[in-house]
Design a protein around this ligand. Structure first.
Ligand code: ARG
Ligand code: ASP
Length: 689
């Protein structure tokens, strides 16, 4: 018996390093995890990961734009991120004459780098627990609204003080654990960021939406930028006089490669997760929200695809839009399935039963029941709200009409808005989307939740198609010259335009009918969630809780590992160029590789060129572009995706199935050399092998 126990203990410690890679940890508190990280192979210290006193890895990681991550890889501000993170910027520089999306782009010297107005990167200066300061003046007799104003006022004082120095500083106070804790984040934001290189989409988006969220994967999902600063290394608007930013820290690049079991560390900005949600919240996602939104997006994607297949011009116009629509569409499918397969709703209900039992006689008594009840009340309204955003808000013309109305007094802003809208607008897609979405709206949303405006229009025109024709034939917003000719005094014309009128009617419905009820329930839900979060921590004293993602910088560590997606199948964790050639097919858009890549392969010697790898890091949307670091703290890859069967990791992390997908850094180097011929970039990188 004793021997058995001993064996069990040994067995458990032996498998432990392979388990529990769940978690996205706060860098400032990494000292609490560092022993575990080191036990799993990491060789650096907590101070190497995050420090405010000395240069640390965090100084080489940035929030790229509004929702991706990037990393600095040279002393001259060179930055890597994903192709899909740079995509909209590459697209804006593209036209049929010079199509950088299709052909790739390579600056051959600094002068050729392309500026990107509106793009910025944010370096984290420091983060700090400010819970006490944020809650100063609050006492538990206050209402949620009063608490909110206390939090807001105190946060404003803190962020103002933190950014007093100016020089591109931005600060925000973020709630963690549903507001049981608050952290101040101070960033330095650089706003002159130039495009240096991007592979053709047939490499950077190889596999397209077909392979998106899937393994085996062969996407060369990278793009290269450079951060510029003024001569004092401070943030500045774009100027020819700016100079490459000199970072406190940049990543060294390892060409040693990865193998199964190797330690991996993803340093980046995951956007949003809800790991501690109640069962009703999860049930809503997997049984109502995901399936309905998937169906609505299928309608749009079918229309878009039909026209993209017919015309190269439309393909350029809608490539970025289609990728956006398709990305969440596919993720939701994996997520709903994953929740279903893991029986997460049932598991949560069981947990809640035990929690409720334990909570009897404590201040948590009745809490979880109440929280579930609140969600039940909110669901129909929230679903209607999601219908609003996936239908009326998805008709391009309507949003454009509203944008133009807001710029009536500003001719330049109006001209800019019109310019960028018409550059990428194709009426048949939008008109058919209108008809399909408005048709589905009436069929799927219970009648008592439909706005009167909708019912009147459908009665008037008889069908969504006829209604669409009427709007598109009679709106002025379809005509660029008419839009440009609008004057400030033309507000009356805008207000009676059928496109604007419809935009406005749906907006009023959301604003007057849905929002008040959703908003009325929100503070109650927030308060209950805050208590429930604390309750779970008290209930499971021995468990370490990491805060849900909120686009703040996090550490996720794990190791390279394959997985079994279904019975009888095992996926190896590494893909190679050989697999690209196996998929290559000139007749399939997503798999049609550049001739150059075929030629290089034919020369021989590149069969085993690594392309992507899988690991067990807990990542989310926003982690795209994140540096993947080895045990020595050197760059081995760029994170860009997760496997489809594991996309429920935003709600429930299954260590058997959840895998992040990274680009092997050696494929990036291969592309710079063989596809871009931009090997001059190697001179500024530092390699360790
Ligand atoms: N699934 C990845 C992420 O969520 C990549 C998305 C871009 N690629 C695409 N084919 N849409 O961002
Ligand atoms: N592809 C995602 C991103 O853009 C990453 C993920 O969801 O795993 O951030």
């Amino acid at each position: 018996m004793k021997r058995k126990l001993l064996f069990l203990a040994l067995f458990l410690t032996a498998i432990q390093p392979l388990m529990a890679d769940e978690g996205m940890w706060l860098p400032a508190l990494i000292s609490q995890r560092i022993a575990d990280m080191q036990a799993k192979g990491f060789k650096l210290s907590a101070e190497d990961v995050y420090s405010v006193n000395q240069a640390s890895l965090k100084d080489a990681v940035v929030l790229f734009g509004g929702g991706c991550t990037g990393e600095i890889v040279s002393d001259e501000g060179l930055l890597f991120t994903n192709h899909h993170c740079g995509y909209s910027y590459i697209q804006r520089h593209s036209s049929v004459e010079h199509d950088y999306l299709k052909d790739g782009f390579w600056a051959m010297n600094r002068k050729e780098e392309l500026p990107n107005p509106g793009l910025s990167v944010s370096f984290l200066e420091r983060m700090e627990d400010v819970t006490g300061q944020v809650l100063k003046g609050y006492d538990s007799s206050m209402s949620e609204a009063q608490r909110d104003s206390v939090v807001r006022a105190n946060s404003a004082v803190l962020t103002r003080a933190a950014t007093a120095e100016g020089k591109g500083l931005r600060a925000s106070v973020e709630a963690l654990y549903y507001g049981n804790q608050y952290f101040l984040f101070v960033f330095r934001v650089y706003r002159d960021v130039r495009l240096v290189g991007a592979p053709p989409s047939s490499i950077g988006k190889f596999g397209g939406d077909t392979d998106n969220w899937m393994w085996p994967r062969h996407t060369g999902d990278f793009s290269i930028f450079r951060v510029y600063a003024d001569k004092d290394n401070n943030p500045a608007d774009y100027s020819e006089d700016n100079v490459p930013y000199r970072p406190k820290k940049s990543f060294k690049i390892s060409r040693a490669g990865v193998k199964e079991g190797d330690f991996t560390f993803v340093y980046g900005c995951p956007g949003s997760t809800k790991e501690y949600a109640v069962s009703e919240d999860v049930r809503y996602v997997s049984e109502l929200s995901d399936p309905q939104k998937i169906a609505l997006r299928t309608l749009r994607l079918d229309n878009i695809k039909k026209y993209m297949d017919q015309s190269q011009a439309v393909r350029i116009q809608y490539s970025s839009k289609a990728a956006n629509v398709s990305n969440a569409w596919k993720k939701w499918q994996g997520e709903a399935k994953g929740i279903d397969k893991n029986k997460t709703v049932a598991v949560k209900r069981d947990y809640e039963r035990r929690f409720a039992e334990w909570a009897k006689g404590t201040r948590y008594e009745g809490l979880v029941e109440r929280l579930n009840g609140l969600f039940e009340r909110r669901h129909p309204y929230y679903l209607a709200y999601e219908y609003y955003s996936e239908t009326a808000r998805a008709i391009e013309l309507l949003s454009f009409a509203s944008n133009i109305r807001n710029t009536l007094g500003n001719a330049q802003a109006k001209a800019n808005a019109a310019e960028s809208f018409f550059k990428d607008y194709f009426r048949p897609i939008d008109e058919e989307n209108f008809a399909a979405l408005m048709d589905a709206f009436g069929k799927n949303l219970p009648e008592e939740f439909q706005p009167e405006y909708y019912k009147t229009k459908m009665a008037q025109f008889g069908s969504a198609e006829a209604w669409a024709s009427y709007v598109f034939d009679n709106t002025l917003f379809i005509d660029k010259d008419k839009v440009l000719a609008l004057k400030e005094s033309d507000e009356g014309i805008v207000l009676t335009d059928p496109a604007f009128e419809m935009y406005n009617a749906f907006y009023r419905w959301y604003y007057d009918d849905l929002r008040p009820i959703i908003n009325e329930l929100s503070p109650e839900i927030e308060l209950a969630y805050r208590d429930y979060m604390q309750g779970q921590m008290d209930f499971e004293k021995d468990k370490t809780f990491y805060p849900d993602a909120n686009l703040t910088l996090r550490v996720a560590y794990g190791h390279v590992e394959g997985y079994t997606p279904s019975d009888g199948v095992y996926y190896y964790p590494v893909s190679t160029l050989k697999g690209i050639i196996e998929k290559d097919d000139p007749n399939i858009f997503d798999y049609d590789i550049p001739q150059r890549l075929r030629d290089i392969y034919a020369e021989g010697g590149h069969e085993d060129q690594p392309v992507c790898f899988l690991a067990t890091n807990h990542t989310s949307g926003g982690n795209s572009g994140s540096p993947v670091i080895n045990a020595d703290g050197n760059l081995i890859g760029i994170n860009f995706d997760r496997v489809w069967e594991g996309t429920m990791s935003d709600i429930v992390f299954d260590p058997e199935i959840c895998r992040n997908i990274s680009l092997d850094i050696r494929y990036l180097l291969f592309c710079i050399e063989h596809i871009g011929g931009a090997t001059y970039l190697f001179d500024e990188m530092e390699f360790v092998d």
